[in-house]
Design a protein around this ligand. Structure first.
Ligand code: FRU
Length: 914
């Protein structure tokens, strides 16, 4: 059996069945309804006991005894209820015949058999009568009197309840006999109700009225005893013989009354309780039962009372025994049922436990099987996953390789483009100087170089977006001016093609925080697209809407070009998308990049197409949507892509007043660049102002150490060591650590920039760089050096405490000062000695000190000595000669001359003035 088929509900149902079997189904048994006339007297109680005893022998019999308590109406109600309850059989002892007759008929009519006991109804419409023959009872009483007749006799009758059949029949039988005898004088009858209280008074009156009587026939022993009591009260009890009916055994019973001499005799009147139940069962078992079951009656007098009592005692004993046996059986039965129930419950639970055990074993087996299957599946999945992972890795690696190839290639492209663009710029400047108009070809080359550069940048950007390496650097920007600058870029093309190209804004003063570099690319992409797909003489609009009430603005780029098919609109921003109506060459990354860039601003970009295409860029106002580190006030990186090539340089250079062309000493620049064209180009341009030392990258550091130049320009991709490594070496060497280094690279990402900073580079220019920016940067660095030098020369004695120097410089100056200080009184301490002590050559020391401090080493030593001497003059009482010697001057004269030439006074005069 499948575990699924062992349903727990089914088990509960089984248990229910077990329980339901465990009690006797009373509905299947026999229900007997008995309406007893009353229960106060012992005769009735004896009848009830006999019935209960008999019924208890049959476990399927339910006997319901109702007490009518002398109340006819109540008896009728009880019988109605039995009918309504559809009992199996009704037994009734009618209080009176007449009123009970119709209800007995009703029961018969509804199909319920009726057994009359002791008393009858008025007709024959009953099933069986059980009881003694009451006429015979009356006759027997009369016969006792007749048998004792002498001359004459006087008799009184005490009757039972009028209307009850025994009273009627007993009287009838009695009179049938005594009326035949003329010498029996019937003195009268008293109407009783079967109880002695109903007759005592009237009996006394009758006795007093009639005078002495010989015999009294009372219809039952209770009334007979009452008559005796009356007679005794009158003192005539020995003169009257009283006959009763019932003959009950027991202390108050008729037999005892006979034995005690109160009654002359009693007529045995059996209750019929036992027979009534037997009859009922016989009827229900469809046995052949006679209509009237007449019970035997007999006379009990002083001759047989003893025997009768013994007999009846024996019967009582048997009955008691039987009763105890029956109750023992009942107890056993009860015990049996409860044990049987417990057994069934245990069986039920055992069955459940067994089934659950089977179920759990089966489940266990099923689980083991399932687990095994799962394991196999798992293993398969793992193998497949590994395969997929392997394939994915291979694909990734291959993609990576391709991307690296393209990225590398793109970087490679950048240097020649830089060259092309710089050369064109030179040509244009040349033409400008000569007053010539720039040729059409030159413009063509420049435009196409720009285009090429943008394409390459897009390719690199795509890679950067993929690697999530973009970091927004948002700065406050007037969005109208920003848009207008780009608008101007496209104006020429619009004019050429007759395109109605417009820009408008409802708030030209609006400032937004945008990454100009990224937004510039978004604009270029959207406008390039618009120009690509708008026919000549078409229309293109840039509209800036400041939604004054809202926290955002929207920029609309509308054209009336070929548009985008409706069903393709949702795909326009996916990488490499190409519209089905697009016949032009297209990389398919521009719109994708634009979306990414707008989203980096937490903005959104949407597209609509209806009579052309409309891109809507929505951006937030303010800067709260950016992190602090994304907001830039003054970008540190000079990124040439930020600068419009055709515009003049806007860098504020008014503070840089370096006249690098005059004087004999020119600044020296070491150019480390392996691209010969670029190297040649830069040398040509820069040599106008500077001395140039060229390195192809193989000997960059060596040349730096040798020449100790004023500025180093260094490419990144170099044959032996890369630019970062070279920079790091130079910055960590005493000889060159002070030299500003500009890194020139095509790697425009953040990591490269950080690498550059880590290597100690002072500036970082991405290719293609604008030549003017390069020269401005060089000048700016040299100017800063000048400022430093100025500071040094005026604060020589404080130099080794100045905290603002870079570590190597600080160390160098400290070491320099220490050496000079240690040899302060040593007049023979020369520049050579100092260079040796610092472990560098004399020339290197000279250049380093000159570059850093702007003076020669010997001047520096001399200044140092004089500063110390001056301080001694101020603070000590030493003589001039002593101070001269202790600060390394070979003679007091030499000291005085040197002091005077520096401070304008002799040491003596200085001391005095102090
Ligand atoms: C008991 C009794 C008996 C009598 C019988 C007649 O209630 O009064 O004494 O014989 O009823 O129905």
């Amino acid at each position: 059996m499948s575990p699924k088929r062992i349903n727990p509900i089914l088990f509960l149902f089984l248990i229910f069945l077990l329980f339901s079997c465990s009690s006797r189904n009373e509905k299947d048994g026999i229900r007997i309804g008995f309406s007893q006339a009353m229960v106060d007297d012992e005769w009735r109680q004896s009848m009830n006991n006999a019935m209960q005893l008999r019924a208890s022998l049959y476990p399927n019999i339910t006997l319901d005894i109702s007490n009518a308590n002398y109340d006819v109406q109540r008896q009728i109600t009880q019988l109605r209820k039995f009918i309504a309850d559809s009992v199996d059989i009704i037994i009734v002892s009618p209080i009176q015949s007449k009123p009970i007759t119709p209800i007995v008929e009703e029961a018969m009519n509804s199909g319920i058999p009726v057994v009359l006991v002791d008393r009858k109804t008025d007709n024959e419409k009953y099933t069986v009568y059980v009881g003694a023959d009451n006429i015979e009872v009356g006759r027997n009483a009369a016969k006792i009197i007749v048998s004792n007749i002498r001359d004459s006799l006087r008799v009184i009758e005490i009757k039972g309840l009028k209307g009850s059949s025994p009273a009627k029949e007993r009287s009838l039988g009695f009179h049938q006999v005594i009326d035949k005898f003329g010498n029996i004088e019937f003195c009268g009858a008293i109407e009783g109700d079967w109880e002695k209280e109903s007759v005592t008074e009237s009996f006394r009156e009758m006795l007093l009225r009639t005078g002495p009587v010989d015999y009294v026939f009372a219809h039952n022993d209770r009334m007979a005893k009452g008559a005796w009591e009356v007679a005794r009260n009158l003192g005539i009890e020995n003169n009257i013989k009283i006959i009763g009916v019932d003959g009950l055994n027991g202390p108050n019973g008729g037999i005892q009354l006979v034995k005690d001499g109160m009654l002359a005799a009693t007529i045995l009147y059996p209750t019929g309780g036992d027979e009534a139940i037997k009859t009922a069962l016989g009827l229900l078992n469809n046995e052949d039962v006679p209509k009237n079951i007449i019970l035997n009656t007999t006379v009990i007098d002083r001759f047989n009372a003893e025997i009768m009592q013994n007999q009846l005692n024996k019967i009582n004993e048997h009955q008691t025994l039987l009763e105890s046996q029956v109750s023992a059986i009942k107890r056993q039965e009860q015990l049996y049922y409860s044990q049987s129930n417990i057994l069934k419950i245990i069986l039920g639970f055992s069955l459940i436990i067994l089934s659950l055990a089977i179920y759990s074993i089966y489940s266990k087996i099923a689980i083991v099987r399932k687990n095994r299957q799962l394991e196999i599946t798992n293993r398969k999945i793992t193998v497949q996953r590994n395969q997929i992972e392997k394939i994915a890795n291979e694909v990734k690696e291959s993609n990576e390789a391709k991307m690296n190839f393209f990225t590398g290639l793109s970087h490679e492209f950048k240097t020649p483009i830089t060259l092309i663009m710089s050369s064109i710029e030179s040509l244009r400047e040349w033409d400008k100087k000569k007053g010539n108009k720039t040729g059409f070809e030159i413009e063509l080359i420049q435009n196409n170089s720009n285009r090429l550069l943008r394409l390459i940048n897009s390719l690199l950007d795509f890679r950067k977006v993929e690697d999530q390496k973009f970091n927004v650097r948002a700065s406050k920007t007037n969005i109208y001016k920003f848009s207008n600058n780009i608008y101007k870029e496209f104006k020429g093309e619009a004019k050429k093609r007759g395109i109605n190209f417009n820009i408008s804004s409802n708030n030209e003063e609006l400032d937004l925080f945008i990454d100009r570099n990224l937004m510039d690319k978004v604009y270029f992409n959207l406008l390039s697209n618009a120009f690509k797909f708008t026919p000549d003489n078409g229309r293109i609009d840039i509209e800036i809407h400041d939604n004054f009430e809202e926290s955002s603005i929207s920029i609309h780029f509308k054209d009336n070009g070929i548009g985008i098919p409706e069903n393709e609109l949702k795909n326009v921003f996916t990488p490499f998308f190409k519209g089905s109506n697009n016949r032009k060459n297209s990389s398919g990354v521009g719109l994708h990049l634009s979306k990414q860039f707008v989203e980096l601003h937490l903005g959104k970009i949407e597209v609509k197409s209806h009579n052309g295409t409309e891109f809507i860029v929505t951006l937030f106002k303010g800067n709260t949507h950016f992190n602090e580190d994304q907001i830039v006030v003054d970008p540190e990186i000079v990124d040439s892509t930020l600068i419009n090539f055709s515009e003049d340089i806007t860098m504020d250079d008014t503070h840089i007043k370096l006249d690098t062309n005059t004087g004999e000493e020119r600044y020296c620049i070491l150019l480390i660049e392996d691209n010969r064209d670029l190297s040649f180009f830069l040398k040509n341009k820069l040599s106008v102002e500077y001395d140039i030392v060229l390195s192809d990258g193989t000997d960059g550091t060596e040349l730096a150490f040798e020449h100790v130049p004023d500025v180093i320009l260094c490419d990144v991709n170099l044959p032996v060591k890369n630019g970062f490594e070279i920079c790091e070496i130079l910055k960590n060497d005493l000889r060159t650590s002070h030299i500003p280094v500009i890194i020139l690279t095509a790697l425009g990402n953040k990591e490269s920039f950080i690498k550059g900073l880590q290597s100690g580079a002072d500036l970082y220019l991405t290719k293609p760089f604008n030549y003017s920016i390069l020269t401005q940067s060089i000048k700016s660095l040299l100017y800063n050096r000048e400022k430093l030098r100025y500071y040094y020369t005026n604060n020589i004695h404080k130099i080794d405490q100045v905290q603002s120097f870079r570590n190597p410089e600080q160390l160098f100056v400290r070491e320099l000062n220490k050496q000079i200080k240690d040899n302060l009184d040593n007049a023979g301490f020369s520049v050579e000695n100092l260079a040796d002590a610092l472990n560098i050559s004399r020339v290197q020391l000279y250049r380093k000190v000159k570059a850093m401090l702007g003076i020669s080493v010997s001047d520096y030593i001399s200044n140092f000595r004089l500063e110390n001497a001056k301080s001694m003059l101020e603070t000590t009482d030493k003589s001039i000669a002593e101070i001269g010697y202790s600060t390394g001057f070979s003679s007091p004269n030499y000291f005085s001359t040197a002091f005077k030439s520096k401070y304008g006074v002799t040491p003596g005069a200085y001391k005095k003035s102090f």
